[in-house]
Design a protein around this ligand. Sequence first.
Ligand code: DNO
Length: 356
Amino acid sequence: MKMSMRWFGEAQDTVKLWQIRQIPGLVGIISTLYDALPGQDWPEERIKALKHQVEEAGLKLLGIESVNVHDDIKVGAGSRDQYIENYIRTIEKLGRNDIHLVCYNFMPVFDWVRSDLFKVREDGATVFYYDQAQIDQIVPEKMFEQMGKNSGGYLLPGWEPERMANIKRLFELYQGIDETKLFDNLVYFLKAIMPVCDKYDVNMAIHIDDPAWSVFGLPRIVTGLDPIQKLLKAVDNPHNGVTLCSGSLSSKPDNDIPAIIRSLKGRVHFAHLRNTKHHAPGVFEEAAHYSKDGSLDMVEIIKALLDIGFDGPVRPDHGRAIWGEQSLPGYGLYDRALGVQYLLGIYDALTHHMEG
Ligand code: DNO
């Protein structure tokens, strides 16, 4: 497993590459062109510049999170083929520049959703929090505003302002799109891009829906074992894989994460490892990575990844805001660095045991 950290680029991130470089055991960066719009054909010189910047800092660019999928592809609009063509060109350029992992999601309108980004815990740390009852009181059109207000002035990944500007149109676009249609459109997209992924050995890693159920009546289709297996079978190519996000899967406590991992041998291309603490059905908070701080057994999760021979990039996920750090919500340095050390500690203990 290759330990990495998500980085939002010089312009957006409060964390510097040289700081990340000082975290023991960390080898790479996961990043993207944050100003690229969904559907855009990425300029190759920008990809090269990003890669160069990361390498100059002594790190590797281990993957892109995300190359966002245009909503016309998700709804299967007439224009989708043009956007798919752009996606193919982008994959081609990534592959040519030796980048072999693309994380993406297929969630309609919204990416991840939370009701609170700064829930204060007993020890004064703040964490991301989800309460379905609170979400139910928000008019979906206001959700962008709410997340924006909540974000402390930082840009939230997946909540880019240009999406906010289009919110009404987006909702209209998804009228009549149920789970079956969304799934078929995902399959259409994947089938179209597999040849270029084969050619350049680029792994597509779909992110688990977060939370793993329908929000605001919009369909969600990557929610647990059966739907994931259905998708992997529908496009049965090793380059069609998943981003195993423990936090997103855990939003539904009946998802047995180690069992899900064990059933996905060869198809997990990337892992987001975070812990969550459950309070009630539909109510959870994002705990520290440390298992006993939440409801997940991170040891069992890493053990399962090792059992299937997973050797791809891993990153800690949303961290708590601690020690007064001002940062993009969920993406400060301090708690994610603690998370990295905890995850690597588990990894070392397990692999030494296995070797010994
Ligand atoms: C949130 C992230 C997501 C993820 C996308 C992948 O912090 O986990 O925004 O990057 O869903 O496309």
